[in-house]
Design a binder for this molecule. Sequence first.
Ligand code: PEP
Ligand code: MG
Length: 329
Amino acid sequence: RRMEEAEARSAAADAYASQPVTTRDGRVLAVLANAGSVDEVERAIRSGADGIGLFRSEFLYMQRQDGFPDEQVQTAAYARAAELCGGRPLVIRTLDIGGDKSLPYYRFPEEENPFLGWRAIRVSLELRDMFRTQLRAILRASARGGVRVMFPMIVSLAELRDALALLEECKEELRRQEVPFDDRIPVGVMIETPAAVFMADELAAEVDFFSIGTNDLTQYVLAVDRGNRRIAAMYDTLHPAVVRAMRLTVDAAHRHGCEVGICGEFAGCVAHAELLVGLGFDELSVAPPSVPAVKERIRGLETPQAELTARRAVEAATASEVHELIGVG
Ligand code: PEP
Ligand code: MG
């Protein structure tokens, strides 16, 4: 009987999956999906996603053998993804390579701590021609509508400003070449490091949106390697330190009229929806198969109750208290 009930619930969730989602008391949220390829964008939209909250562009670089993808190849992929999104948001994250991700055609330096090393925006800001190529491709695809650009692993305003200046230069070039693009393309940063959390006010003043990457944020706040089985039990996004980091970030974003979402795997678990709604997130970006269930859960939530849960989680002294509070063992 329980299996039948679960199947009925899942069928009902699927039926409403592509409808916009509001809480019981009418607060509007967006449930988008994470995608690692153009095919995945298609699956995500079919699952009812309100758009793509994280398009991991590195797949384009990792699946090649013979060098960085050129502007043509990238423009085609991003434009196709934008077309599949049909005007819904498509958040393209610029290359997040390094750490545990390497490229067959590029020699990364040997590093003792790759996750604290040369990765993501640090690589892009150094390999500037490669970065320009990607920014130009994203801008060209933005002519289709819905495209947003997001920078990974930001730790300082200096990095953000450097990336923004390059984006402006690319816009200027395209203008001169009379290539169409969305001049008001929204720009965002991923909040994945403690530094970004503490600088959230300054960062929020200069961008349109934030997306918290809890996969990395958890690893960096707790100093627990996200891929190390030996300490996997310590890797806990419900640790009050991580919950407080989310609260600081959401509040800073909203003080500056900056939208804030979450795109770590944590958001895809229905049990976490109440906490996330209560913390004030505007959007959740989850793995495509989780879209219907997360939307269904949000439809059953009341904002005041969710806010109370979030307040208690922020005030909790231990991770077990937070687990108990939201009913996750
Ligand atoms: C994250 O860190 O939460 C994130 C979404 O980025 P990735 O998992 O690709 O590092
Ligand atoms: Mg990350």
